[in-house]
Design a protein around this ligand. Structure first.
Ligand code: XUL
Ligand code: CO
Length: 436
């Protein structure tokens, strides 16, 4: 059975009026020596695309999806069929999943795991037929009520043990599907009030959980990259993986830095009061940029709206960081995004993905020009030139101390600073966005 009534989506160029066509994303076009498809590594999110129906805090779902069924195994297989048809038609080469997106839980963990075996066999067949691959897998440790106080940071040791068993299985199925990465998003790993929380114990337990996970992955020969996905809040008030810099400090403290990178989500960055580029930059300069959850929030709303990314400024600066990083592989750009509640047609899903893919494709093209022309590199190099000679060189090379700096400062006359030219740079960035 076919679920979508459109054919393969093609690149038709910037002037096309066909909503079911790419205007910017031309998969085989070369940019800086690599195809767009190699740069962008787009991925479909199983949860938003196949398991979400537009429900919100105030109302039920609005989107009829023809793959729904009463029988959990039939529904799970339908979702695989629909998902692979969708990815093939859009030319998306990767998917990401939570264990619980694939199939509903059974009556106990054993039955749930048996269901996972059945559905991953089915997915594997489809992967072999289509060449589509798994970007990452993860465990959903937040939906079920057993996780009401967290999973690996729960005050209840039984929940901790259950979570470990669930992650063990999730790593196994990700390995079975040859996943390129495995993600830890601390859904409820945080707290709502310090009046009942032992943060120190929770963080130690959390770190030990991650250590056991990486030890197990090594033991079974899972070669995928481990990623932590920072988010400052929601659903808990304060989440431990607040942002890239907190995760980095945590990984250093617990000697996990060699085994984990980060998966950066745009909407999580803005919830932390950072720009998307800030988070990507912090990850890149610390050598931990692993993968991206491509979406965007709404600047007027203070929550995680997971919208499809259409903001060209953000996408350009994100791709700038990706190119500066030398690419994102084995990570990719996963659309952790859902259509709005009122976008209730099935084709809205495809149009949303096309909009996101075109935005990042255009961002990639603009970012490559910014890099070729060294637009910001030249400015930054000049701005920090004082560190290339004299006193600055001594500072940079750590060959001077406070006393030496004091002596130097005593002999300074007037200190002259230079303009940062921010508005000029913003205008130049606009020029590249408008014209390239
Ligand atoms: C939640 C979120 C998750 C992770 C995977 O905000 O982003 O979907 O990406 O658990
Ligand atoms: Co995400």
């Amino acid at each position: 059975m076919k679920y979508f009534d459109f054919d393969e989506i093609k690149y038709e160029g910037t002037n096309s009026k066909n909503p079911l066509s790419f205007k910017e994303y031309n998969p085989k076009e070369l940019i800086l020596g690599k195809t767009m498809e190699e740069h962008l590594r787009f991925s479909m999110s199983w949860w938003h695309t196949l398991s979400s129906f537009g429900a919100d805090m105030f109302g039920e779902g609005t989107q009829n999806r023809p793959w729904i069924s009463e029988d959990p195994i039939t529904e799970a297989k339908n979702k695989v069929d629909a998902g692979f048809e969708f990815m093939q038609k859009l030319g998306i080469k990767y998917f990401c999943f939570h264990d619980r997106d694939l199939i509903k839980e059974g009556n106990n963990l054993k039955e749930t795991n048996e269901r996972l075996d059945i559905i991953t066999d089915y997915i594997k067949e489809k992967m072999d037929q289509t060449g589509i691959e798994c970007l990452w897998g993860t465990a959903n440790l937040f939906n079920n009520k057993r996780f009401m106080n967290g999973a690996s940071t729960s005050p209840n040791a039984d929940v901790y043990a259950y979570s470990a068993a669930q992650v063990k299985k999730a790593i196994e199925i990700t390995k079975k599907l040859n996943g390129k990465n495995y993600v830890f998003w601390g859904g409820r790993e945080g707290y709502d009030t310090l009046l009942n929380t032992d943060v120190s114990l929770e963080q130690n337990n959390f770190a030990y959980f991650l250590k056991m996970a990486k030890d197990y992955a090594i033991k079974i020969g899972f070669k995928g990259q481990f990623l932590i996905e920072p988010k400052p809040k929601e659903p808990t008030k304060h989440q431990y993986d607040f942002d890239v810099q907190s995760v980095y400090g945590f990984l250093l403290k617990y000697n996990l830095i060699d085994y984990f990178k980060v998966n950066i989500e745009a909407n999580h960055a803005t919830l932390a009061c950072h720009s998307f580029q800030h988070e990507l930059n912090m990850a890149r300069i610390n050598g931990i940029l692993g993968s991206i959850d491509a979406n965007q929030g709404d600047y007027l709303l203070g929550w995680d709206t997971d919208q499809f990314p259409t903001n060209i400024y953000d996408a350009t600066l994100a791709m700038y960081e990706v190119l500066k990083n030398g690419g994102i592989a084995p990570g990719g750009l996963n659309f952790d995004a859902k259509v709005r509640r009122s976008s209730s047609d099935l084709n809205d899903l495809a149009i949303a993905y096309i909009a996101g893919m075109d935005t990042f494709a255009k961002g990639l093209k603009i970012a490559s020009k910014l890099i070729i022309d060294k637009v910001f590199d030249n400015v930054i190099e000049k701005r920090y030139a004082s560190y290339n000679e004299g006193i600055g060189k001594l500072i940079k090379e750590k060959k001077i101390d406070f006393e030496g700096l004091e002596e130097y400062a005593y002999n300074l006359d007037e200190i002259k600073n230079e303009s940062g030219h921010q508005e000029m740079l913003e205008a130049i960035l606009n020029q590249y966005i408008f014209n390239k």
